[in-house]
Design a protein around this ligand. Structure first.
Ligand code: SF4
Length: 220
């Protein structure tokens, strides 16, 4: 494929997103939650774990600790036991509890609503903050960034939105923010669904892909 101008790339990227939005109209996280705090907890637990597994763990967790204040004063060992099956349970329990304590101490018991404040919570990375903002706090924008996980990185590389050698999530995020207008910075939800359903890591099903004609990697 010959090198693309920035304008051609933006046009192609826009077409890809438009098609994927039609293909996955119910896009959004598969994590179950009832408020921003629950989504923050579920997102922390979802690192290196499937959403299905997290959804099995969180109902009992939120029943036992119904409020942020309850998480802040929970017995750490009990918290660890409850999230054990999501893996990395010590780090996750620590991140959840320290975030809860910080929210109680510094934010009046309310989950903060800006990315700059969210990332000050211990254990909350930019990706987690963006998920919470785009999904539940500010679903209609303005968006503060693009959620870049392994699916988004892989698809962005395969689709030629970023160079095929790029492995740095921050770099990929900045490039996607340049290519797409701000109202589209929530594109990750559909990319993730497409990555799970069709453009999988091991064996992409290119022959069934709705953006086949727009993808330089098709069939390769
Ligand atoms: S054509 Fe293949 S590589 Fe490209 S997005 Fe579709 S499944 Fe992925």
């Amino acid at each position: 494929m010959p090198p693309e101008t920035k304008q051609k790339l933006a046009e192609r990227a826009g077409k890809i997103l438009a098609i994927l939005r039609v293909e996955y109209p119910q896009s959004g996280t598969a994590l179950r939650y009832e408020d921003p705090w629950q989504l923050l907890v579920a997102t922390i637990l979802s690192a290196q774990c499937t959403d299905e597994r997290v959804n099995k763990v969180t109902p009992a967790l939120f029943a036992r600790y119904p409020t942020i204040a309850d998480f802040a004063v929970a017995e750490r060992a009990d918290l660890e036991e409850m999230v054990h099956s999501t893996g990395f349970y010590r780090n996750k329990a620590k991140a959840i509890q320290e975030s809860a304590q910080q929210i109680m101490d510094d934010f009046g018991g309310q989950v903060p609503e800006t990315i700059d404040e969210l990332v000050t919570l211990r254990g909350v990375a930019r990706k987690t903050a963006s998920v919470v903002l785009q999904e539940v706090i500010k679903p209609d924008g303005p968006h503060d960034g693009v959620v870049v996980d392994t699916h988004v990185q892989r698809l962005a590389r395969r689709m030629g939105l970023v160079p095929s050698t790029w492995k740095n999530a921050d770099k990929v995020e900045r490039r996607l923010m340049e290519i797409y207008p701000r109202e589209d910075w929530n594109l990750s939800f559909v990319l993730i669904l497409h990555g799970r359903a069709v453009c999988s890591a091991r064996k992409p099903k290119c022959e069934h892909c709705v953006v086949y004609d727009l993808c330089p990697r098709r069939g390769v």
